[in-house]
Design a protein around this ligand. Sequence first.
Ligand SMILES: [Zn+2]
Length: 176
Amino acid sequence: MEFNRCILVKRSTDLNAVKVAEQRQQMTLHCRQCNTILGDSCGICGEIMDSVMCLRVTDDVIVSDVMQPGHKGELRSCIYSSLKCQACGCAVGKVIHSAPSHLAAVRSIFLLHKANISCYILSSSSVVKASTLSFNLKPLKENIHEVGQQLEVLLETLMLRESRITDTSVNSELSK
Ligand SMILES: [Zn+2]
């Protein structure tokens, strides 16, 4: 039983660490030039091409009507529109409408260019350049693997308890 308690304590400590990490990442994204809020950590889904990937942004992000074809670099064979800050007109990133299969994950995702974004970190009440932070998320495969390991530990604990209950009932039958 002692051994199992150790595992359970360790697991709950791990979960607390994850919660702390999540809290640390709570932030709002701002235009570096005028500080207008352009998005927040709830909409962030990763990082690619020196840009923060956002599922949603605020109404202060204006999507250009002009669709541009990418001719070189990572944007080759992509069709994209530029994003501007409504308040100051500064270019803040782009949204890719069409992309080859290796960039399928960024289709219709708002890409806020890290060099033009600052972040207000809620837990520390501090403003930092987005370029100093990493927005990479753990791959889904890793998360699934972690959940799988937690379920295995839970299953072992349940099986051990079940065998003890069976032992106890057999012993009490014998003692009758
Ligand atoms: Zn601005």
